[in-house]
Write a protein that binds this ligand. Sequence first.
Ligand SMILES: C[S@@+](CC[C@H](N)C(=O)[O-])C[C@H]1O[C@@H](n2cnc3c(N)ncnc32)[C@H](O)[C@@H]1O
Length: 761
Amino acid sequence: MGSRSNTERAKKALDAMKQLGFSKKESTPVLRGLHKLFGGNWEPIEDECYRALADAILDRRQETASPAGDGDQDQEPRGCMPDDDHRQPLTSLAVCGGSCDTYNETDEPLTKRPRFNSTNLGTHQMGTSLGTQSPPSVADGQDATVAISAHGASPQSTRLQTRASTRLRQASSVAAHKRPRQMMDEDFQHAAFLREPKPEPDMDAIQDSTVTSHGSNPQLGLVDHPLNASSSRVALPLALPPPDQNVPQISGMKNRTVQPCSMVNTGKGSAVDNIQEAPCLDIDVASSTLGEVKMSLKCNVDPKFRMPTLEAVFKMVEDKYLHSYKILPPEFSIGSLMNEICQCVVQLGSDHTGDHNTESDAAGNGRSSQSQNESMTDNIPFVKPIACENCGNRKFRSAEESLSVEDSENLVDARQQPHLALAKLKPIHDLTDISKGEERVRIPVVNEFASEKCPPPFYYIRGNLVFQNAYINISVARIGDEDCCADCSGNCLSAPITCACARETGGEYAYTVEGLVRTAFLDECVSKNRFPEKHHRFFCKSCPLERSRNEASPEPCRGHLARKFIKECWSKCGCNMQCGNRVVQRGIACNLQVFFTGEGKGWGLRTLDELPKGAFVCEYVGEVLTNTELHERTVENMNNGKHTCPVLLDADWGSEGVLKDEEALSLDSTFYGNVGRFINHRCYDANIVEIPVEVETPDHHYYHLAFFTTKKVEAFEELTWDYGIDFDDDKHSVKAFICLCGSRYCRGRRHPRKRGKAAAK
Ligand SMILES: C[S@@+](CC[C@H](N)C(=O)[O-])C[C@H]1O[C@@H](n2cnc3c(N)ncnc32)[C@H](O)[C@@H]1O
């Protein structure tokens, strides 16, 4: 190198810049300046594929284009200006439909595509950056490609990155903005390489890959890498125009091809189940040593597809995953998130009734944020309708197959309103296993009376789901050393001393080695339920329950029982899954059956085996609702002649200050639930009792409600729990029914008004 002439080296440098889309006219003065700055030394200029030169050109552009400095988001429209991509070639989110015929193929790879300026993510200042041009529709293609590119050096891209990570990992975007350039570059490498945990075949080969012209997409002006694991790999600087085999390529690019969507392991029974049906064909992530990362998603779309703005897409994705899913499923991955983005692009782009397909929408013009939220949150139910099997004389059909033509027309509505979906689609249960495989054991449904064959429709879920606004703070960081047993191994119950997780239960594990709740602990829980007046109660300063009933002048709190909690070991603990202090989290282990009681109580739950005292039966699983959501739902259900079956998670309400509504949680299994929703009420002497169990949170704010037997239960005996209903209280969230529990202590039966009604029946 050293022997080469200045002219030769300058020519090479300018050629390399040309490959990045910088004209000779623009590059030459910058190169001259740099050369002078480095005292005639070429090495720093040639290092890292002329990175210093490219950066200097970009800096110079930014200086000339943005006198107000970085962060000035109200500059002239950038998206459609040919030069713009040179100014910010790697710092924006770019969306392109299948045919971008306005694209200038020759020299300006990322221009003339509708742009999403990542600085404006989540704000309503998009208009100036996007202009008024409508996004292209996919005229005849069946694909839409969403390309997300980022450059580590830019604040914009940092925001893009931090947007994803803050929402996903609660990272601080502010801090990220301020980090030095190099650090950000590293972050972007990590963003591309580390956040997708799925196994990626033949990584070494990918990293060592050489440049080929394979897979370029001149039409889109995007580097269109081969997108599945089996295809050959490309290593291209992302801002380069489509490669020309005759042109020497800049080395140092890495390309990582994420598995095609069909290969994404979505995990059973989770929100991401649906991803298997995603319209996404391929996901690709590539990064370069220049600190760029580009992700491209290819989705199948219909010809009427119109490209939505990425702001709308991101909002929709975020809504789905983070507003509804504050508890992120363990299977969550960036791959599935990107796939979700694809689904949302397709869905929004296919919805011609909404106005999220226009640039002005992205600018926040013409549509309130509330209506944006509505269209997004209401859209897709996370849990698929139950497949029907063996119901009546019907054979197994998938949920979609089981729809009649008329029903299928309702599918659109159904997708927009999960609860409406339930009413319209009427998913039919699998009578051989109501859990449709969600549980470790099969839970059959039987009706020995020739009445209804099936329980009413609902979606079976194994674990709680947040309906919408409930706030649950689950993070590993919140679990301190005092709330976990990181040093344990194997089975905590076999260790000579109890671990930190037994602190909640007074230094003694709540479970015996046989997996039963200890008698003394259990009896106290039963006693609290049976004789609440004898036990300590909390009284809220401002009771959420009363507030929801009458916000203007709420009545005083009626008190909430101070409950006994079990704390199980969890992910931050060193023990294994078979640890004796992990019972509820392992799920249902006994043989249960849903059966028709024939006693006027509808369906019920019974055990098929004899159960000893203290045995775990099941959890009460449902949607986690805020207090307001519960109240609204109860009223709505009552108007529809339905009864809500909620349980308040109120064990800690009174001990805190004034609880915000989104912190006052309850569980409702009306629409989404597990077998717990079939357990009927029995006054006082019920054979199961609910005990709050902490699993993934170290406080009493959100917890699991687990049922344990209060005594030995015979095989085929109905399982019952005391709902704790005050049959005199008309305001109770469970609408008091005429109690047919059969207990000699029945509170409902003794109520004169109810008795009269019962007699009249
Ligand atoms: C959580 S659900 C229990 C499952 C319900 N039996 C079913 O068929 O879906 C609660 C509802 O069951 C009925 N129920 C529960 N316990 C009852 C009892 N002791 N007497 C009469 N009805 C009861 C009431 O209609 C109540 O609203």
